[in-house]
Design a protein around this ligand. Structure first.
Ligand code: ADP
Length: 513
């Protein structure tokens, strides 16, 4: 039996009893236990009192003149303001019929007189607790309903945004990369039907990312929670390539960890951008070549001797114009390679010759920069376009020398690679044997931060925004190198330790009879 204590929050109890002694006894007993008591002797007065300020519980005598307890209770139950108040009947009548009636009219309990104080208190406490719990349940219920409503609204908003979004969106399971939901824009971009996609592994559909690259991306995603605008080439069902920016985020979908992939198809934007760049470059090339001619003419002194200061200014003009010409040529070169206008003229070529020629071409620059150039070539026959491989190696060597301190060394070396995957030229039957040649250019320069090791192979991406300007580069060299190497079905990547140096690796397919 739970005893009310002083610490119990004080409940407000209304006692309605026409016998003053009873009334007195009950109210004294309850007041002593810390309850707030209102007592009245008439049914009607009690009813009005309850309607004016609802008590937490009512103790109600049955036998009263004018309006008896049953009537009072009935009226209480008919009124919204008082319906929920628990009513305990107290009466000297011990008749079963009365008790039944007490419950029928809405009473929660029945105590017969003479009563035991402890029993009355226990029952009161019991009903108050029940009432409190009921109220709590009611509030919780209202809250829950509100939450459900809000969730439904949020879900509805998400579903609408998901369906109507012009951005292709796909949701995949985190564990496997299996499609669980895609929107109409995604279906339009990919060319697949919903049935073809749902439940499939992204890697199985050949969308442009392998299971390996998917897992790498997921690993990065788990470290950072979200990936923004990661550019990659998306392959559609009809094998068309779309350039997309992918933003991913981890979400919970019915308790499953999933990846929300939002795509931004920038193919058209890229095409216009490239078209614009190539147009501008074409337009620039002719006047720039004419500028070079004029400046060279000035430099020869045929148009009159220049002062020392004049020569200096002319040299600055020549250096910068040459840089502009390089930039324009590089842009056009890359553009033509990307659009397939330049194809690799592959022939059997000797690795030693290529490495030696590249080193010889860069020796002058190395001497000027006081950098030692060390070549360690090995004999191997490659299936490659010698001019383009030379272009790649001189580019890497030029970077290595540029980013080295005077007194440093740069190595150009090669080694045989066995078991290299994804290399080979299927049309020429070269790729069936997986062995390849790995050429590397190593320096002891400033190094490249880990997060830039991939991006530097993209157009105009530098470790430091001023690198190209300060070192006379164009910001396109590595992008061109990557394009050339990939057109040989090879791989190019960088490894580096900050402050200690970098190594640029290139793998190329070997020539096979
Ligand atoms: P750039 O014309 O600016 O050299 P690249 O595409 O060849 O253009 O190189 C891109 C950027 O990569 C460089 O600006 C530089 O920040 C970084 N980089 C390339 N090679 C090296 C290297 N060997 N050491 C340090 N940073 C390098």
């Amino acid at each position: 039996m739970s005893k009310p204590s002083v610490s119990t929050p004080k409940a407000d109890i209304l006692v309605i009893d026409d016998t003053p002694e009873n009334l007195h006894l009950l109210s004294t007993m309850l007041t002593e236990r810390g309850y707030k008591v209102r007592s009245v002797t008439k049914g009607l007065t009690g009813l009005r009192g309850a309607q004016a300020a609802a008590p937490d519980l009512i103790l109600l005598d049955i036998n009263m003149p004018q309006m008896n307890g049953y009537e009072v209770c009935q009226k209480l139950k008919e009124d919204d303001r008082t319906r929920e108040i628990p009513v305990i009947f107290i009466s000297a009548l011990g008749d079963v019929l009365d008790k039944v009636k007490a419950f029928t009219v809405g009473g929660v309990d029945y105590i017969a007189k003479p009563f035991q104080v402890e029993e009355v208190l226990a029952r009161i406490e019991n009903h108050l607790t029940t009432r409190r719990l009921q109220k709590q349940l009611l509030t919780q219920n209202i809250q829950l309903q509100q939450e459900i409503r809000e969730r439904r609204q949020a879900e509805e908003k998400f579903t609408k945004a998901f369906r109507a979004s012009p951005n292709p969106i796909a949701i995949m399971t985190l564990a496997e990369g299996r499609f669980v939901e895609v929107n109409p824009s995604f279906l339009r971009m990919s060319g697949y039907t919903r049935e073809e996609i749902m439940g499939c592994l992204a890697a199985d559909l050949n969308l442009g990312f392998t299971q390996d690259s998917y897992h790498q991306a997921i690993q990065r995603l788990q470290e950072t929670e979200a990936l923004q605008n990661h550019e990659f080439e998306f392959r559609t069902r009809s094998n068309e390539t779309r350039i997309v920016l992918l933003s991913t985020e981890l979400i919970d979908l019915s308790g499953d960890r999933c990846v929300l992939n939002i795509f931004n198809d920038i193919t058209e934007r890229k095409r216009l951008e490239n078209e614009f760049i190539s147009l501008v470059s074409h337009e620039l090339r002719t006047p720039m070549n004419s500028m070079i001619g004029s400046l060279d003419l000035l430099a020869t002194g045929q148009l009159g001797a220049l002062t020392e200061q004049g020569k200096q200014v002319l040299n600055i003009a020549i250096t910068n114009t040459e840089r502009l010409v390089r930039l324009v040529n590089d842009i056009l070169d890359l553009e033509r390679m990307k659009s397939g206008k330049i194809t690799m003229q592959k022939v059997k070529c000797n690795a030693v010759d290529l490495l030696t020629q590249a080193a010889e071409a860069m020796q002058g620059m190395a001497d000027q920069s006081h950098v030692q150039l060390i070549t360690e070539a090995i004999t191997a026959d490659l299936w490659a376009d010698p001019d383009r491989i030379l272009q790649t190696l001189t580019n890497l060597l030029s970077n290595a020398i540029k980013f080295s301190e005077p007194g440093g060394a740069v190595w150009l070396a090669a080694s045989m690679e066995n078991g290299e995957q994804g290399i080979g030229d299927r049309e020429n039957g070269v790729g069936r044997d997986p062995s390849a040649l790995k050429i590397y250019v190593r320096d002891q320069g400033r190094g490249i931060p880990t997060e830039k090791l991939q991006t530097i192979f993209e157009r105009f991406q530098q470790v430091d925004a001023s690198d190209s300007r300060k070192k006379g580069g164009t910001g396109l060299g590595l992008a061109i190198c990557r394009n050339i190497v990939e057109q040989h079905n090879g791989r190019i990547w960088a490894e580096s330790t900050l402050g200690q140096g970098s190594t640029f690796n290139v793998t190329l397919p070997l020539y096979r009879n």
